[in-house]
Design a protein around this ligand. Structure first.
Ligand code: 5GP
Length: 191
């Protein structure tokens, strides 16, 4: 998606450790007009799919997913990260290794908000090694719900997540795929 690629080129900052900072329009300050255009693009790419719920993970996915939910006209649920898990029977639980913080989180979704009737679109800001998405897929599977697709703002195509997810036969729509990036600010996108 050209609009997003141009914005990454203009305002994205490449940090050591394969981290792309997009704090001025996605991860700290949020450009809602941009999110609206991204949401319209996902609506177009997932047209005809019987999506009745959007699922994301806190914290950085929530803003984008909320705007997407408005575009699709469906509720949005965010999986919660928790350090000390309450092992009750009211939640689906999984563990996710955080790319940016390097630690493992317990992640939960209440059984009240995800069930076998749901046809889910998963939305997140970044796809790197795929750990966050695999955790979200675990939660959807535990609920017996159906994954209709995954929408990602920025996929880092040189990390392995995209290949893992596409290998599962899931429709993955990343709006910008970074093929390579350098701390000198050079960023190449996949055509
Ligand atoms: P994965 O689980 O695919 O390895 O990483 C995805 C998660 O890590 C995303 O939810 C995102 O919050 C974070 N993340 C991964 N790579 C980057 C990056 O380059 N920049 C930023 N800002 N977040 C990232």
């Amino acid at each position: 998606m050209k609009l997003l690629e141009d914005r990454i080129r203009k305002d994205g900052i490449v940090r050591e450790g394969n981290v792309l900072k997009v704090d001025s329009f996605i991860n700290h300050q949020m450009d809602i007009s941009l999110f609206e255009e991204m949401a319209k693009e996902w609506k177009r790419r997932f047209a005809g799919k019987p999506i009745n719920k959007i699922l994301t993970i806190e914290a950085s996915g929530i803003g984008i997913a909320a705007v997407a939910a408005r575009e699709f006209g469906v509720p949005v649920v965010f999986a919660k990260k928790s350090m000390s898990i309450n092992l009750d029977h009211d939640n689906y639980c999984t563990k996710i290794q955080s790319f940016t913080h390097g630690r493992v989180y317990d992640v939960i979704v209440s059984k009240k908000f995800l069930s076998a009737e749901d046809h889910v679109l998963i939305i997140d800001d970044f796809l790197a090694n795929g750990c966050a998405l695999i955790g979200l897929l675990d939660l959807v599977e535990a609920a017996g719900a159906t994954v209709e697709g995954i929408g990602i703002a920025i996929e880092k195509g040189f990390q392995k997540g995209g290949e893992i997810i596409r290998g599962k036969g899931i429709q993955l729509e990343s709006l910008a795929i970074v093929e390579s990036m350098g701390t000198d600010g050079s960023i190449v996108f996949r055509e």
